[in-house]
Design a protein around this ligand. Structure first.
Ligand code: AKG
Length: 323
C-alpha cells in the first residue's frame, strides 16, 4: 500500500465520489495475504470440523427461482442468524436428497454469524481505524459513508465450488436486509482470485440511484418460532425505497440503463456494494473455486428494523461496528 494510505484511515474523497457515482467500489489489497490465509484456513476448519452431513437438514440456499425459495424458507435458514450453518450447492444434491460429493466440495455458503462466533472472521469487522498498519478498516469506511451507529447484521462465506458453483441472479441487498429507510451496505472480500471463469461479481453501475427497493424477503408468520414461521416470501415494499437523499429517485434513471460491468479481482480485494445496487454473479463451471467472505452493515440510529425481516437480531442486538 502507498504511503498515503497511512494518512487516511477512511475512503479518500476520490474513492467516496466513485462509490456515490457507481454504487460499488473495488479496493485492492485491503486484506493482507496473512489475513486472507487465516480466513481460508478457518473456512476449511469449519467445513472439516463443524459440518456433519449425516445430521444436516440438507437445506439448499439459492436466491434463484421459485423452487429455491421453498428451500430458503425452512427453519434451518431462519435460525441461522446467530449460528454458523452450512448451505449446500444445488447441484451437489441428487433427486433423493443425497449429497453426491465430499462435503468440502458440496457447500455453497456458510452463515450467518461468523462475525461473532469465529475469531478470524470477527477480527475483520472488529478492526478500527489506525490498526493493522494503516489498512482500510470497516469502521473507517463506515465513517466515510456517514454511518452513525453501523451494525453488522450478517456474515457469510460463499464458496462457489468448482464445476457446480451456483449463479446469483441480479438482486439488491436491501430487499433481504431491509431497514426503514434503506441503509444496507455490503463488504465483500475476495479470499481467492475472482475471474470471469469462476463467477466473479458484476454490477449495474449507478443503478443504486434509480433502482427502488420494490420487494422484501419476509417471514410468512411472525411472533412464532422459526419452525412455525412457514418459511419466507417476497412481498411488495410499502416503506421507503431509497435511502434519504436528493441523489436518489426512479426519475434518475434517464435514457440508458447501461450494462453490467464485471469485477475481476485479486484475493485480498474489498468490494463495497450499496444496498440498492443491482449486482449478480455467474455460474462457476471452471476447475477453480471462488471463496469470498462478505458481511453487511445497516444504520441502527434513526432507522426501524422490521420484525418481519427473515433475519431477526440475536439476543444482544446486532453487532456494533464502532468500538
Ligand atoms: O458472491 C457472490 O457471488 C454474490 C454475493 C452477493 O451478491 C451478495 O452477497 O449480495
Amino acid at each position: 500500500m502507498g504511503h498515503t494510505h497511512h494518512l487516511s484511515s477512511g475512503l479518500t474523497p476520490a474513492q467516496l465520489s466513485q462509490f456515490k457515482q457507481d454504487g460499488y467500489l473495488i479496493l485492492p489489497d485491503v486484506l493482507s495475504p496473512e489475513t486472507v490465509q487465516s480466513l481460508l484456513t478457518e473456512t476449511h476448519r469449519l467445513l472439516h470440523d463443524e459440518l456433519d452431513l449425516s445430521t444436516h437438514p440438507l437445506t439448499k440456499f439459492s436466491t434463484g427461482g421459485a423452487d429455491d425459495r421453498e428451500h430458503v424458507g425452512d427453519a434451518y435458514f431462519l435460525g441461522s442468524g446467530d449460528k454458523i450453518r452450512f448451505f449446500l450447492e444445488e447441484d451437489a444434491v441428487d433427486g433423493e436428497g443425497k449429497v453426491t460429493r465430499p462435503k468440502e466440495r458440496a457447500v455453497n455458503k456458510i452463515g450467518h454469524f461468523l462475525h461473532a462466533l469465529s475469531a478470524p472472521f470477527a477480527r475483520v469487522s472488529a478492526a478500527q481505524e489506525g490498526e493493522d498498519e494503516g489498512r482500510l478498516s470497516p469502521a473507517g469506511v463506515a465513517r466515510s459513508l456517514g454511518y452513525r451507529d453501523p451494525r453488522v447484521l450478517q456474515s457469510m462465506v460463499i464458496l462457489k465450488q468448482p464445476e457446480i458453483g451456483g449463479a446469483v441472479p441480479p438482486h439488491q441487498d436491501s430487499c433481504f436486509l431491509y431497514t426503514d429507510p434503506p441503509s444496507a451496505v455490503g463488504f465483500w472480500y475476495a479470499l481467492e482470485d475472482a475471474t470471469l471463469e469462476n463467477g466473479c461479481l458484476s454490477f449495474l453501475p449507478g443503478s443504486h440511484r434509480w433502482a427502488p427497493v420494490e420487494k422484501r424477503l419476509v417471514r410468512r408468520r411472525t411472533g412464532v418460532s422459526d419452525e412455525e414461521a412457514g418459511g419466507t416470501e417476497m412481498v411488495g415494499n410499502e416503506g421507503p425505497r431509497f435511502p434519504p437523499g436528493e441523489e436518489y429517485g426512479e426519475d434518475k434513471k434517464g435514457e440508458e440503463e447501461g450494462e453490467y460491468v464485471a469485477g475481476e479481482v485479486k484475493a485480498g480485494t474489498l468490494v463495497l456494494i450499496h444496498g440498492n445496487l443491482l449486482h449478480k454473479s455467474e455460474r462457476n463451471t471452471s476447475q477453480k473455486g471462488r471463496i469470498i467472505y462478505t458481511f453487511h452493515i445497516i444504520e441502527q440510529e434513526g432507522t426501524v428494523y422490521d420484525g418481519k425481516n427473515w433475519l431477526q437480531p440475536p439476543e444482544d442486538g446486532f453487532t456494533k461496528l464502532y468500538a
